[in-house]
Design a protein around this ligand. Structure first.
Ligand code: NAD
Ligand code: LMR
Length: 331
């Protein structure tokens, strides 16, 4: 059956890159927005990658996805974001071995101001933006700062990959299913300073820290494994994570649109409202619920001294990145 009228317009930047290749087919098959929602894809690439994007579009055609209403390819951000309901900002250089994600700020930061301005100029009123390109939190901050007419809470950064990594580590350690684990949280920056927090988490309803019963494992293995997983993937694959990143982007938007399960939350980089002492305006990861198409920071969690110190350290890094982009004239 052909896709119905009024598809959702989804713009993907960096469409010819490795995450783009792992992402587009899943969007077109209905995994981003659900099995009843047709999508029209808009692929944004730099001019030298347009031919590769055309090849990907040919393959999308060849899948004959019933939900795919159309594919357009652009090298102009204003055209690519015109009418966008969902914008996935993936296009940016990945780091290579030995770099921290923040080292990409000067290489990639300049991409996100013009793209934020293009979203401001022409995206649909309900646009929802996920920034994947690194350093994701600060790139989302840059884009949001260039889109004064778009509600700030429509700009988000991806820490769902960190959240999923943390779920997988806890499941493996405890022999439980990821489905049994709830209320795990990633706080702060999508960087090595992030704080994967098990202090409120449960496994099949029991406190996770009680089930694990090994503070040394939590501090010395779990937290660094999750926080440095991106570097470990680069070391092993010789390229940064792609399929798992695309999967997390799908999860992030699907949750944003369809909501979190009762009694659970997820993690997302959202514009801080000052909660938990995180300066308002920074894009920081928090535990969030989603209802009615909006994320809400989980309120009122008690933070012990260890958690407080870890969150403060990661937020301090975000403040430094904000100062750096100000100094570079990017905001
Ligand atoms: P890649 O090099 O394979 O692809 C990037 C693509 O972006 C390229 O095709 C390039 O031509 C394109 N591009 C560059 N500038 C652009 C612009 N101004 N407009 C449109 N397209 C542009 O990289 P990748 O592996 O797909 O990774 C993309 C980004 O995602 C990297 O910055 C990487 O570090 C980041 N990443 C983030 C997470 C996360 O959890 N937040 C996870 C994995 C990767
Ligand atoms: C990841 O977490 O895998 C990505 O952000 C890529 C990287 O540079 O670590």
């Amino acid at each position: 059956m052909p896709a119905a009228a009024n598809p959702v317009h989804v713009t993907v930047t960096g469409a010819a890159g490795q995450i783009g290749y792992a992402l587009l087919f899943r969007i077109a098959s209905g995994q981003l927005l659900g099995p009843d929602t047709p999508v029209h894809l808009h692929l944004l690439e730099v001019p030298q990658a347009l031919k590769a994007a055309e090849g990907t579009a040919m393959e999308l055609d060849d899948c004959a996805f019933p939900l795919l209403a159309g594919v357009d390819i652009h090298d102009d951000a204003t055209a690519a974001f015109a009418g966008a309901n969902v914008a996935l900002l993936v296009g940016a250089r990945p780091r290579t071995a030995g770099m921290e994600r923040g080292d990409l700020l000067s290489a990639n930061g300049g991409i996100f101001g013009p793209q934020g301005a293009a979203i401001n100029a022409g995206a649909a009123d309900d646009v929802r933006v996920l920034v994947v390109g690194n350093p994701a939190n600060t790139n989302a901050y840059i884009a949001q700062q260039h889109a004064p007419d778009v509600p700030a809470d429509r700009f988000t950064a991806m820490t769902r990959l960190d959240h999923n990594r943390a779920l997988a580590q806890v499941a493996a350690r405890t022999g439980s299913s990821v489905d049994d684990i709830a209320r795990l949280a990633i706080w702060g920056n999508h960087s090595a300073t992030q704080y994967p927090d098990l202090s409120h988490a449960t496994i099949a309803g029991r406190p996770a820290l009680e089930v694990i019963d090994d503070e040394g494992w939590v501090h010395e293995t779990f937290i660094p494994t999750v926080a440095k997983r991106g570097a470990a993937i680069i070391e092993a694959r010789g390229a940064s994570s792609a399929a798992s990143a695309a999967n997390a982007a799908i999860d992030h938007v699907h949750t944003w649109v369809h909501g979190t399960p009762a009694g659970d939350w997820t993690s997302a980089g959202v514009v801080s409202d000052g909660s938990y002492g995180v300066p308002a305006g920074l894009v920081a990861s928090f535990p969030v619920t989603a209802t009615g198409g909006a994320f809400t920071i989980v309120p009122g969690l008690e933070l012990d001294a260890f958690s407080r110190a870890r969150i403060d350290a990661s937020v301090a890094e975000l403040v430094e990145e904000r100062e750096a982009v100000r100094a570079l004239g990017l905001v």
